[in-house]
Design a protein around this ligand. Structure first.
Ligand code: GDP
Ligand code: IMO
Ligand code: MG
Length: 432
């Protein structure tokens, strides 16, 4: 069966967690390949809500292996807390079910301190990061001064690295950001203690993947964030510091490009964004509030109110190209119920000129106005729909427009947060 990648096509929070949870039924291995605990993936299973920040959303199934790839930045305290919460909920978490790449970079206390202090210093110009130290950790990775998970098991190496790094960080924190210096001994002690707890979970994820591929196991790659938060292709600088696009699954999990067979793009039926940055279809009126309230659009990680707007098909067309999408999973269609008229953005206008795609210049993008196509809404509760034919004609037309404008077929339509509130058109694992 085809190995499948699940990616966000917008600005994150599309409902990837629910889709990954659904597809895990057919998978043997679920692997995350980028990002960190800036992600918040929500699952509702048998009426219980689970939010995962680092552990792959496949963990609720027995007999599946969950892997945290080398492409992630991992906060060990958060990972341990997440493991502990699962154990408390009666879900076993041991090295047979969960493993962490030895090569994943570790989010250190100074990364969080720099992230928060920098955002505070930027004031109105801030990115609106999650404050989890994601950017500063990826910076150190690229600067080749990062600390990797394997280092936590080698006290001498760790001490040397922290010593070398902290001197510079403390200078920057104190002298430039008006922040507090961190104590070297405390940082070392805390990090070594994490290392002791996590050492049995460390593995070479690439070798595990090779073994699984040899044994013809089904692999599910779980993306975090979304295509337009991608550091290369997103609305830079209002982006995250990794590559959420599907291609990054190879580097971030240690497999070759030939191992990715099907890419599912998760599309929320409207658009949301947390944090700052231009958002052409944003609604700041009562309709925006209606969607925000019905969709319970609060961030799963930071609790911030998400900005809401109409579906942007220009964004989706870019995502189809950037990820090589094979199918779309539409989520939260039920949230649009009750609106008389719906709008979808089919193009951008800039100074009277129609643009073919999102411009790279952020100031130009901020000046773009949306060109809308209007569609009829529906009033019926659609959460009980289990096949396309159960949907009102207006909802089917809405889906047809998405399919037609992106040129990508639909595989899944989600009409509620629960597993069963789903229309499975064609399971990506069953496509050839
Ligand atoms: P992710 O980061 O992409 O996994 O998305 P989040 O978990 O941050 O946000 C999606 C939210 O929408 C979660 O609270 C889900 O439980 C919820 N959700 C997912 N699919 C649906 C759906 O089809 N309808 C409704 N009403 N809620 C959904
Ligand atoms: P999931 O996986 C939505 C946003 C932040 C901020 C920007 C940079 O749940 O879809 P960072 O802390 O990464 O440096 O913040 O990216 N952001 C997300 N927005 N969903 C996410 O993850 C996000 N992860 C980061 O709000 O605007
Ligand atoms: Mg989320």
């Amino acid at each position: 069966m085809p190995n499948t990648v699940v990616v966000g096509t917008q600005w994150g929070d599309e409902g990837k967690g629910k889709i990954v949870d659904l597809l895990t039924a057919e998978a043997d291995v679920v692997v995350r390949y980028q990002g960190g605990n800036n992600a918040g993936h929500t699952l509702v299973v048998e009426g219980k809500k689970f939010i995962f920040h680092l552990i792959p959303s496949g963990i609720l199934y027995e007999g599946k292996k969950c892997l945290i790839g080398n492409g992630l930045v991992v906060d060990p305290g958060i990972l341990l807390k997440e493991m502990e919460n699962l154990e408390k909920a009666g879900i076993r978490v041991d090295p047979e079910r969960l493993a962490l790449s030895e090569k994943a970079h570790v989010i250190m206390p100074y990364h969080k301190a720099v992230d928060l202090a920098r955002e505070a210093a930027k004031g109105k110009e801030k990115i609106g990061t999650t404050g989890r130290g994601i950017g500063p950790c990826y910076e150190d990775k690229a600067a080749r001064i990062g600390i990797r998970a394997i280092d936590l098991t080698e006290p001498e190496t760790l001490e040397k690295k922290i010593k070398a790094c902290l001197k510079e960080k403390n200078f920057y924190l104190q002298q430039f950001l008006d922040g507090q210096a961190l104590d070297e001994k405390e940082v070392l002690k805390e990090t070594l203690a994490y290392g002791k707890k996590l050492s049995s979970f460390l593995t070479d994820v690439s070798l595990e993947m090779e073994e699984a591929l040899k044994r013809k196991k089904n692999i599910l790659f779980e993306g975090a964030q979304g295509t337009h938060l991608d550091i290369d292709h997103g609305t830079y600088p209002f982006v995250t510091s990794s590559n959420p696009v599907a291609g990054a699954a190879c580097a971030g999990a240690g497999v070759g490009p030939g191992q990715l067979h099907h890419v599912v793009g998760v599309v929320k039926a409207y658009t949301t964004r947390v944090g700052a940055g231009p958002f052409v279809t944003e609604l700041t009126d009562g309709t925006g509030d209606y969607i925000q309230e019905r969709g319970k659009e609060f961030g799963s990680t930071t609790g911030r109110r998400r900005r809401c707007g109409w579906l942007d098909l220009v964004v989706l067309k870019d995502s189809a190209r950037l990820n090589g999408l094979n199918s779309l999973a539409i989520t939260k269609l039920d949230v649009l119920t009750g609106l008389d008229t719906l709008r979808v953005c089919v193009g951008y206008e800039w100074k009277g000129q129609r643009l073919p795609s999102r411009p790279a210049s952020l100031s130009k993008f901020a000046e773009c106005t949306p060109v809308y196509q209007e569609l009829h809404g529906w009033q019926e509760d659609i959460s009980g729909a289990r096949q396309l034919a159960d949907l009102p004609a207006q909802a089917r037309t809405y889906l047809d427009v998405i399919q037609e404008k992106t040129g990508v077929p639909l595989s899944i339509v989600s009409v509620g947060p629960a597993r069963k509130e789903t229309i499975m058109i064609k399971n990506p694992f069953h496509s050839s």
